[in-house]
Write a protein that binds this ligand. Structure first.
Ligand code: CU
Length: 118
């Protein structure tokens, strides 16, 4: 396969992924919310416990560093980067423990867990 075609396909894949994530990141939610911030290369707080049905919103409060929220252990694709002032969010409907990492800063221990209870 020619490289140009591979490149075009990879761009398409990124575009599809971004549109899927953009829908997921729609701000409208009627249910309860909880906030985690990213600051100083940490998720703060690193562990939270929420009730099922809660939407967790991660807000980037760095001055210039992007981060991501990646549920790596669940076998998901890395999350999109979000920049200072931006948020990503996810609604947790099922009880359980949901560990995640920041893809570019996993090596320096940037990780967190969402505990979801009934
Ligand atoms: Cu990070």
């Amino acid at each position: 396969m020619p490289h140009s075609l591979l490149f075009a396909l990879s761009l398409l894949g990124v575009a599809l992924m971004q549109s899927a994530l953009a829908e997921e990141a729609a701000p409208a939610t009627d249910g309860p919310t909880a906030q985690v911030i990213t600051l100083d290369y940490k998720f703060q707080p690193p562990e939270i416990t929420v009730q099922a049905g809660t939407t967790v919103i991660w807000e980037n409060q760095e001055s210039r560093q992007y981060h991501s929220v990646w549920f790596k252990e669940a076998g998901e694709e890395p999350g999109q980067y979000f920049f200072p002032g931006e948020t990503v969010q996810r609604t947790f409907d099922q009880p359980g423990a949901y560990p995640y990492v920041c893809e570019p800063h996993e090596d320096r221990g940037m990780k967190g867990v969402v505990h979801v209870v009934e």
